[in-house]
Design a protein around this ligand. Structure first.
Ligand SMILES: *Cc1c(COP(=O)(O)O)cnc(C)c1O
Ligand code: SF4
Length: 382
């Protein structure tokens, strides 16, 4: 095995200074200063693997913009540190609860690459570069055990897959033993930013805790590499259904062609596009935010143009839960018909069944076959 194929090597050689980054990409003097300025406010780290995918000469490279600190992050008058008010939705530390039947369980606060658009970058992720103590995690497990209505546990963070296999297995074992926990989900960006983490040993271990789902985050087709493909093939091979949660990012993937290519490539890797998130009004992300109208326009150029399976759901997260923002295909009612518009713009009038209570009395009803009323001389023979 080459040293670069070892995930521990990738983490030990994580890039955390402009000088280290310059081994991979060209930086101007201004860029070096910007990195320094922005990194005083927000944590950063990049795996050598992810840095090597960046275009060395293009400051607008979509991978570079997701991972390299930028002075743009320092000017954002609207952005707030915790747009989902997650701090107020924690019945115990590490558990975020917005829905009755499922919780997000933040079992780590580190990531291999700190995304510049990370939702939790000021509340949890990268705040302390240490493993969470076992006692805190145990409190979260106890909370889940004491609440029988929780049937779906989403392990998130930070990245849960930065835990060593044995520690992660201990956690999965304890959750799996809780009778009311029907499904465990892992949210991890490692297939994209540290695919070396997805070892055959990890997959063999994970397969013991089915039904186990994994959602990852690819935001651009340039992130789909041979390494990512191997990682996803191993996970899918272990029977783990894979989903993708992208974030809509200006200048990175706010383009229908880019999105179509990303979604098609993900399908090839057996990763089903699940969500496309509107970028939250979150500190230091002003330069990434698009309008919701733009997002809906892009969605309208996916639906019908690529397999339905490849079309994610566009939504915005709010303190009250996730809200779909799908484009509108229903134009409204015209008489008894509902007028809808197809993916390529054709109008269709769908005869609408009458509301209950409006259903005409049997003797008044026209025959179905010809829709004529027999008493008015219908010749259908019914
Ligand atoms: C996103 C999220 C979930 C999972 O939501 P799904 O729509 O079921 O994928 C659960 N809890 C919290 C707090 C979340 O933010
Ligand atoms: S991988 Fe997820 S949790 Fe980690 S920095 Fe990126 S968005 Fe945040």
């Amino acid at each position: 095995m080459k040293k670069q194929d070892d995930w521990h090597w990738q983490l030990e050689n994580s890039i955390r200074t402009a000088e280290q980054l310059e081994e991979y990409i060209e930086l101007s003097g201004t860029e070096r200063e910007q990195i320094l300025a922005a990194s005083r406010r927000f944590t950063w780290a990049i795996t050598p693997y992810y840095a090597a995918l960046m275009d060395p000469d293009d400051p607008l490279c979509p991978l570079r913009r997701q991972a390299v600190p930028d002075a743009e992050e320092l000017y954002d008058p609207l952005g707030v540190p915790d747009p989902l008010d997650e701090g107020k939705h924690q019945p115990v530390e590490l558990i975020i609860r917005v829905y009755p039947d499922r919780v997000a369980f933040c079992v780590g606060n580190r990531c291999p690459v700190y995304c510049r658009h990370c939702l939790r970058k000021e509340t949890m992720v990268g705040q302390e570069d240490v493993e969470l103590p076992e006692a805190k995690i145990q409190k979260g497990i106890d909370y889940i055990r004491e609440h029988e209505e929780i049937r779906d546990v989403l392990l998130t963070g930070g990245d849960p897959l930065l835990m060593e296999d044995d520690r992660l297995e201990g956690l999965l074992q304890r959750l799996h033993r809780i009778p009311h926990v029907e499904v465990i989900r892992i949210g991890s960006r490692t297939p994209c930013t540290l695919p070396q983490r997805i070892t055959p040993e990890l997959c063999t271990m994970l397969a013991k805790y089915h039904p186990l789902y994994l959602n990852t985050q690819f935001n651009h087709p340039a992130e789909i590499t041979a390494e990512a493909e191997t990682a996803c093939a191993r996970l899918a091979g272990a029977g783990i259904p894979l989903g993708n949660q992208s974030v809509l990012l200006k200048g990175i993937n706010d383009d229908a062609q880019v999105m179509r290519e990303l979604c098609r490539e993900l399908m090839r890797l057996r990763v089903r596009p699940y969500y496309l998130y509107q970028c939250q009004v979150l500190s230091g992300t002003r330069h990434f935010r698009t309008t919701i109208e733009r997002g809906r326009e892009i969605m309208a150029k996916l639906q019908g143009y690529i397999s339905g399976l490849a079309v994610p759901k566009y939504l915005i997260d709010t303190p009250y839960g996730k809200v779909p923002l799908s484009p509108n295909y229903v134009e409204g009612r015209r008489g008894d018909d509902v007028v809808v518009r197809s993916w390529d713009g054709k109008e269709w009038k769908e005869p609408n069944p009458p509301e209950e209570g409006e259903i005409p009395h049997v003797t008044d009803a026209p025959h179905r076959s010809c829709l004529q009323n027999c008493e008015s001389g219908c010749a259908c023979g019914d």
